[in-house]
Ligand binder design. Sequence first.
Ligand SMILES: [Zn+2]
Ligand SMILES: [Zn+2]
Length: 245
Amino acid sequence: MSTDCFICRISQSTTSRITNDDLPSYDRPIMSDDLFLAFPGLGQFIEGYLLLSPHEHAINLGLLSPKSTARFFEFKQAISEKLSNSFGAPIFFEHGAASSKTLPPCCTEHSHLHAIPMHLAEPPKAVTNELPGGRIDSFDEVRRWAKERRPYFYMELSDGAQYLYEATKLPSQFGRRVLAELCGLPDEWDWAAFPYFNRMENVQHQLCKNPVRNYETNASVFRPTHRLPGEVKHSKPIARVPHSH
Ligand SMILES: [Zn+2]
Ligand SMILES: [Zn+2]
């Protein structure tokens, strides 16, 4: 847990550490369990854009334990179904930094998987032409790279195919730049310039049963098939900081 991390703060709203009234309505989780949470991302160039994170403040998803990884894939599947019903099947990507030194400028150190409802038959040329790497059989490969502290760019298409690329020097918001361009919205990659708060509110409305006022009563709680108590530690509330991812 980091005292200046916006994801840790959103995470804490899923416990009673802070109340939802302390968070802007668009920032609230649309789904969470004991290990993970999902919430609308700033910069909805496509409506339905979400970020999925572990509650635990760790730099990349490749560092999750095998058990937590299995749980994350269940959580991701539930999110995928939810998005498919309302906005369309998503593709996923992660800027997997190896340390804060290899983070692109303006990126948070709290791992997060981007989910964007859009269809791609294959990874974008802007990725395959720029970065060495390719298709992988399982997320174990990501875990291996993370263990070796190799910064990576991970992508998963809506058919479930997984891709892993070397990413020693990525520009800020690389995945968003590439996908916004493919959507014909090349100017809208920057979440700071095009946050689309109204779309975030709409995502909240669509994906939660009711507009969220109180997390406990309105957000859906994902029930995993197995539990790993004690893996997540929450601590004190923290001050609000601007988003960066
Ligand atoms: Zn954090
Ligand atoms: Zn990111």
